[in-house]
Design a protein around this ligand. Structure first.
Ligand code: BDR
Ligand code: CA
Length: 329
């Protein structure tokens, strides 16, 4: 809606190729004001996630605060980073970036709590990595549950199997205890899981189009996604990639593209089905679960937004690296 006040958002992320897609999408969407990026282990180590987040903000000339988060899960040893999906440094075959900017001195958990307390009811937390930082924030200051406007999680699956094991999706698998605490807390949670994220797919031509339209950001995404296409092609026999993390951003900006159902969600934290999201949980508040998506419209919207990414970078540069004057962003 042109002229509407952009929605404030903090993205908790483990960049990661589809994380990079989602972050640049959010930076380029005038309907969002990205306040900060908090980082988490998962696709890469926490140190690399912070470095990569700084690089994403720097290449977009975006003033978002970057706050480094948890290096390991709450209560168990970490799984190895997913370098076979996202490459050794997180952006496919691209070399390690060396950003000039530095991270905020606060931990991700503290930054999340302080930001939400300073703007009660305004900030959406969109988590597209393991949920350790959100659980740590709930422990650091439980009032974040009432201060955050809502929480949107890319993770889990209500009606489908997993993508790490038969039962578990990667973000939940990486810290099931934290995920269960996040779904149990008394805040407004939306779950955008494999039920919809595997239905929305991009192909290499999409990224060629983005690179032609926005050579810097689109060109970066085109180069990074080559590795992601290799992974998906080996798995699916088709040169496409799932739009996991961009779908969580789309669920905020374009909820009409999704069909939601409400149900409480719990996470299995032990045994052979560890990491599985299941319906139910005594006394739990309902979670809004994305069950259906208009996948062609979702992909088209992602393309439309990211195609304008370089225009937003130029607008920020004109404005001295302050908030994008093309509105939002
Ligand atoms: C999720 O796991 C990560 O590999 C992706 O970035 C996404 O957040 C998909 O299961
Ligand atoms: Ca991710």
């Amino acid at each position: 809606m042109p002229g509407a006040t952009p929605q404030k958002i903090i993205i908790d992320t483990d960049p990661g190729i589809d994380d990079a897609m989602a972050v640049h999408q959010a930076f380029a969407d005038p309907r969002l004001e990205v306040i900060g990026l908090t980082t988490i282990f998962g696709n890469v180590t926490a140190t690399r996630a912070t470095r990569n987040a700084l690089h994403l903000a720097e290449m977009a000339g975006h003033p978002a605060v970057i706050a480094g988060g948890a290096p390991v899960p709450l209560r168990r040893a970490p799984e190895p980073a997913a370098d076979f999906v996202h490459g050794p440094e997180g952006f496919g075959s691209l070399p390690a970036p060396a950003p000039d900017r530095s991270a905020d001195p606060r931990s991700a958990a503290r930054y999340l709590c302080e930001s939400c307390a300073a703007a009660p009811g305004e900030i959406i937390i969109c988590a597209v990595g393991p949920l350790t930082n959100l659980a740590a924030a709930l422990a650091h200051d439980p009032s974040i549950a009432s201060h955050a406007r809502r929480v949107v999680v890319m993770g889990g699956s209500a009606a489908r199997h997993g993508n790490v094991t038969d039962c578990a999706e990667a973000n939940i698998w990486n810290d099931p205890d934290a995920a269960d605490l996040v779904f149990a807390a008394d805040w407004d949670v939306t779950m955008v899981g494999l039920d919809v994220t595997e239905k929305t797919r991009c192909n290499p031509q999409d990224f060629a189009t983005l690179a032609a339209r926005s050579p810097d950001i689109g060109g970066f995404l085109q180069a990074a996604t080559e590795f992601y296409f290799d992974f998906h092609e080996a798995k699916l026999g088709e040169r496409v990639c799932f739009m996991h993390d961009p779908s969580a951003i789309l669920a905020i900006t374009d909820p009409h593209l999704f069909g939601f159902e409400t149900m409480p969600i719990s996470v299995i934290c032990d045994g052979s089905e560890i990491g599985r999201t299941v319906t139910g949980g005594e006394g739990r508040r309902d979670v809004s679960v994305a069950m259906r998506v208009d996948s062609q419209a979702a992909r088209a919207r992602f393309m439309e937004v990211v195609a304008a990414a370089d225009d937003h970078v130029a607008a920020r540069q004109r404005n001295g690296n302050a908030q994008d004057t093309m509105t939002g962003g």
